[in-house]
Design a protein around this ligand. Structure first.
Ligand code: ADP
Ligand code: MG
Length: 219
């Protein structure tokens, strides 16, 4: 059963030079981890921005689960899409502890449930002993693990990752990739990984989709 449908997406930035996406189509099964691989400028981040609802496609539709997120007549606001995101610079809230960062998306839960979920997530990313630390008191790899815990805590329908390993050194990257692979499989998280690095995509993804910038029509 198809779980994610990106259908014939067309997108051009208002102040860009032409189409970034031209009839981009991708279907995913539930639990699948797909890599979007392509050089810089090929439109990878744009695909994620459209899925997250940060941009609106000029044509095409996005369906996740049974919900139409966007089509000709529908637009679901970003905060209502239930989509988790992790970016390259971790973007933890610097003034909040590990625990509070993970709690951020859990406002809808009762206090007890929230505490339980935070506990589960800390265990999942092996950060139980760091709950009271602030981001600047953690290594890069630990910060990245907290960023994943924060994204996964509200049980998103879909997880989007945009070059999440770019600021990690090579050794750390290899171990984080393995941990993440395990973590996504354990939580059966349907995920899209954007990367320019084939090794990252190979290590983590069930399937790889290559992206190319559309040829300039003026050429
Ligand atoms: N806000 C913007 N305004 C205009 N053009 C943009 C904007 N963001 C990205 N672009 C252009 O859109 C194309 C695709 O960008 P992007 O999706 O970020 O590619 P990637 O993530 O694959 O590097 C690039 O040519 C980029 O310069
Ligand atoms: Mg990008």
């Amino acid at each position: 059963m198809t779980y994610v449908q990106l259908s014939e997406l067309c997108y051009a930035y208002e102040r860009g030079s032409g189409d970034v996406l031209h009839r981009f189509t991708l279907h995913m099964e539930e639990g699948e981890v797909v890599g979007l691989l392509g050089e810089s400028g090929s439109g990878k981040s744009t695909v994620l921005r459209l899925i997250a609802g940060l941009e609106t496609p000029q044509e095409g539709a996005i369906v996740v689960g049974n919900t139409i997120m966007v089509d000709r007549t529908t637009f679901v606001q970003p905060e209502r899409r239930g989509i988790g995101m992790v970016f390259q610079d971790y973007a933890l809230f610097p003034h909040m502890t590990v625990e509070s960062n993970i709690a951020f998306g859990l406002g809808a839960l009762a206090r007890g449930q929230r505490r339980d979920r935070i506990g589960e997530m800390l265990e999942l990313v092996k950060m139980e002993d760091y709950r009271k630390r602030y981001p600047h008191e953690l290594s890069g790899g630990q910060q990245q693990r907290v960023a994943f815990a924060r994204a996964l805590a509200p049980r998103p329908r879909l997880l989007l990752m945009d070059e999440p390993f770019s600021s990690l050194d090579a050794g750390l990257k290899a171990s984080i990739r393995e941990e993440l692979r395990e973590l996504l499989r354990l939580s059966r998280m349907t995920s899209i990984l954007v990367t320019h690095d084939r090794e990252d995509a190979d290590a983590l993804c069930d399937r790889i989709v290559e992206m190319r910038a559309p040829a300039l029509s003026m050429a």
